[in-house]
Design a protein around this ligand. Structure first.
Ligand code: G16
Ligand code: MG
Length: 217
């Protein structure tokens, strides 16, 4: 059966986590508390709305939905200012090599991201043309670890979930891929992504042979 590959964006294709971190940190500081890189780990793969709720819990603060909406807009505007300056130098190592190999083998490529800014980021770094399907935070109602984002990507590729392979850097994303009955491949630390079927530190550790086996029928 024909295979399809679904990529998460942040932490797999580009490292935008550092920009999310700076924008959330600015908001936390403005609200009177610190926000560390370690705490930012909890935000990976998590929707903007949920991130704000976690941040407020960290600061022991509560707020009306109206106030939360204002803070989310502020955070996003700061984040947009960072991604505005992005270019292809921010693509993570060997990502173009893997995308090219998939294209050469006529394998459908999808994006499955929690971000509402996914498309502008792909365009900024010059990778948008590789993607046949984009499902992002604008399309889904249920955030990872719910499998909705990946199931929608499979449907748009006209593939059954069991023929889809997901590259993910977040625990919630691996859980979502497993729940979708897809092959999950973790990009990051073994200890963190232990639920993934395969785990690699980054794409430089993935051989062409491995990729060819993965996409073979
Ligand atoms: C990314 C990040 C999360 C971020 C989320 C929403 O998910 O990992 O930290 O909160 O997108 O982003 P935005 O505020 O741009 O809509 P993913 O799924 O690409 O890793
Ligand atoms: Mg991610």
């Amino acid at each position: 059966m024909k295979k399809g590959i679904i990529f998460d964006l942040d932490g797999v294709i580009v490292d935008t986590a550092k920009y999310h971190y700076l924008a959330w940190k600015k908001l936390a500081n403005q609200l009177g508390f610190e926000f560390t890189q370690e705490q930012n780990e909890l935000f990976k793969g998590v929707s903007r709305k949920r991130c704000l709720d976690i941040l407020l819990e960290m600061g022991n603060l509560s707020a009306t939905q109206e106030q939360k909406d204002v803070w989310m807009i502020e955070k996003n505007n700061d984040y947009l200012a960072y991604i505005e300056k992005m270019d292809d130098s921010e693509i993570l190592p060997d990502v173009p090599k893997i995308l090219t190999l998939l294209k050469e083998n006529a394998i459908p490529i999808a994006l499955g991201s929690a971000s509402k800014n996914a498309l502008p980021i792909l365009e900024k770094v010059g990778l948008a043309h590789f993607f046949d399907v984009i499902v992002d935070g604008n399309n889904v109602t249920k955030a990872k670890p719910d499998p909705e984002v990946f199931l929608m990507a499979a449907k748009k590729m006209n593939l059954s979930p069991s023929n889809c392979i997901v590259f993910e850097d977040a625990v919630a994303g691996i859980e979502a891929a497993n729940a979708a009955n897809m092959i999950s491949i973790g990009i990051g630390e073994k200890e963190v992504l232990s639920q993934a079927k395969f785990i690699f530190k980054d794409f430089t550790q993935i051989s062409t042979d491995f990729m060819k086996k993965l996409i073979s029928n």
